[in-house]
Design a protein around this ligand. Structure first.
Ligand code: ADP
Ligand code: ZN
Ligand code: MG
Length: 476
């Protein structure tokens, strides 16, 4: 049987976090009473004239800079004509053959283009709102209509569902650090369509693609793509063909259904928007976009790796902005010359295990306390296992790690602690079998001795120190 390789290109719609809509002065809506944020422009009333939102263009330029696009000195808005009840103008104002940004790359995926457009209104179907009477009616809330969108289109460089999910995580983090969008999938400020085809492994021509529309969580995107790849493989293995169409994935049933056969560009009768002049990017606008650029996740990842942090940790810290910020705040509290890797380990593993997806800055563990705890472990003043107990206390109640160690008697019994030797003696006596094995060269048996000592000392003994004493006592 032929083996197939998936080929995936993504189209992402990002609602831009401007104060007002794309072509009018209406404020953006966040769940206000329906149809309270409208005006003749975004309702498409005859004679109303659009005016582009300069801030949206600024955000578009920032996105272009972030992915290394070529920024068009002059770009054009087009009308994309189609009929739907959520589109009162009868067309969307979008960009067609002269977009704001062309080309670029983010991570391992090339960007085809980034352009600006306005969002459609929202259809509310009966059953999903108590306000609607009658079982088969829909109503329109025009508050969302006209919200500025950036559409980011990738080249078909993605090769798996997991890669799509991972890349979208990078994109979301990047957009968040730019501050151009809330990038919240549940609220629809980040929406993704996936174009999917498969081809025999080793070939390079593109297969016929389908388009999975508007999946609203990263998890559903991954599952939807996986299901669609399997469906296409099933078709080809059965000797059938993939038809180009637009599909819907239902995450509850895992079913894929056809929404419509694929429309072509000429179906939209694109033509230049006669009510808008071309967008001309001035030197000042470019400079303003450059000045507004923060450190991006990819750059942060490289910088953290440069500090000697393992690549997995560096990526986690760079891609989860608030985790990275927390880590850097803790690092700033650490002594100069401290090795950042143990701190990265504690933050990425132990702290994340306790606070989960929450912003650690909102936990009771201050960055300073985190830094101090890691320093105590580094100084062997507390063992790793007891440091985890201290971290539990910090998560629950906050406070200072050294004070907790003192108050709860969690301090390590290490080298120079006379109390440790008798405990090791007792452990050897109580585990004579293990002692014999160690004498015979089986060092694995030392686990039983260390375990005994740890129980007796309530985790305060330093494992390395116990091993040293055992070796000394047994003369090996
Ligand atoms: P359309 O004309 O259908 O909008 P485009 O060529 O504009 O198609 O591409 C839309 C998206 O689909 C892009 O992300 C692109 O990378 C992706 N794409 C194009 N052809 C394929 C294909 N054969 N398989 C997978 N993705 C594709
Ligand atoms: Zn308006
Ligand atoms: Mg296209």
């Amino acid at each position: 049987m032929t083996d197939y390789e998936p080929v995936i290109g993504l189209e992402i719609h990002v609602q831009l976090a401007t104060a007002t809509k794309m072509f009018c002065g209406c404020a953006l809506s966040f769940g206000e009473e329906p149809n309270t944020r409208t005006c003749p422009v975004c309702l498409g009333l005859p004679g109303a004239l659009p005016l582009p939102n300069e801030r949206a263009i600024h955000f578009g330029l920032m996105i272009g800079l972030a992915v290394g696009s070529e920024l068009a000195p002059r770009s054009i808005f087009h009308r994309k004509n189609y009929f739907y009840p959520d589109l009162p103008k009868g067309y969307q104002i979008s960009q067609y053959d002269e977009p704001l940004c062309r080309g670029g790359r983010l991570g391992d995926v090339r960007i085809h283009r980034v352009h600006l457009e306005d969002d459609a209104a929202k259809l509310v179907h009966a059953g999903s709102s108590g306000r609607i009477h009658g079982s088969d009616s829909s109503v329109v809330d025009f508050n969302r209509g006209g919200t500025p969108l950036a559409e980011i289109v990738t080249e078909p460089d993605v090769r798996s569902a997991a890669q799509a999910r991972e890349w979208l995580t990078l994109l979301r983090t990047t957009l968040r650090s730019l501050g151009v969008s809330d990038v919240n999938m549940e609220e629809g400020s980040l929406r993704c369509d996936a174009n999917i085809s498969i081809r025999p492994v080793g070939t390079s021509a593109l297969g016929t693609k389908t388009e999975l529309k508007n999946m609203n969580s990263f998890r559903f995107i991954e599952r939807g793509i996986t299901a669609e790849i399997a469906r296409q493989e099933g078709l080809l293995h059965a000797g059938e063909q993939v038809t180009q169409e637009t599909l819907h994935f239902d995450p509850r049933t895992e079913q894929i259904t056809s929404l419509r056969s694929k429309e072509e560009a000429h179906d939209y009768r694109y033509f230049p928007e006669p009510d808008l002049v071309p967008v001309a990017i001035t030197a000042e606008m470019l400079q303003a976009a450059h000045n507004a650029m923060p450190e991006l996740p990819a750059a942060r990842e490289a910088r953290l790796e440069g500090l000697g942090i393992a690549s997995g940790n560096a990526r986690q810290l760079a891609w989860r902005t608030e985790l990275g910020d927390y880590f850097e705040a803790a690092l700033a509290c650490s002594d100069d010359g401290v090795d950042p890797q143990p701190l990265a380990n504690w933050v990425c593993n132990e702290l994340v295990a306790r606070v989960g997806e929450d912003d650690p800055a909102r936990s009771k563990v201050s960055p300073e306390a985190m830094a101090k705890l890691v320093a105590l472990v580094g100084d062997k003043a507390v063992t790793v296992s007891n440091a985890k107990v201290v971290l539990d206390r910090l998560v629950a109640d906050g406070g200072d790690p050294a004070t907790i160690v003192e108050a709860e008697g969690l301090g390590a019994m290490g080298g120079g602690d006379d109390a440790l030797e008798p405990v090791v003696d007792a452990a050897l006596a109580a585990n004579a079998d293990a002692a014999d094995k160690i004498r015979a060269g089986n060092m694995k048996a030392i686990g039983a001795i260390i375990g005994h000592v740890m129980r007796e000392t309530k985790g305060r003994a330093d494992g390395g120190e116990v091993t040293r004493i055992v070796r000394e006592k047994l003369g090996i």
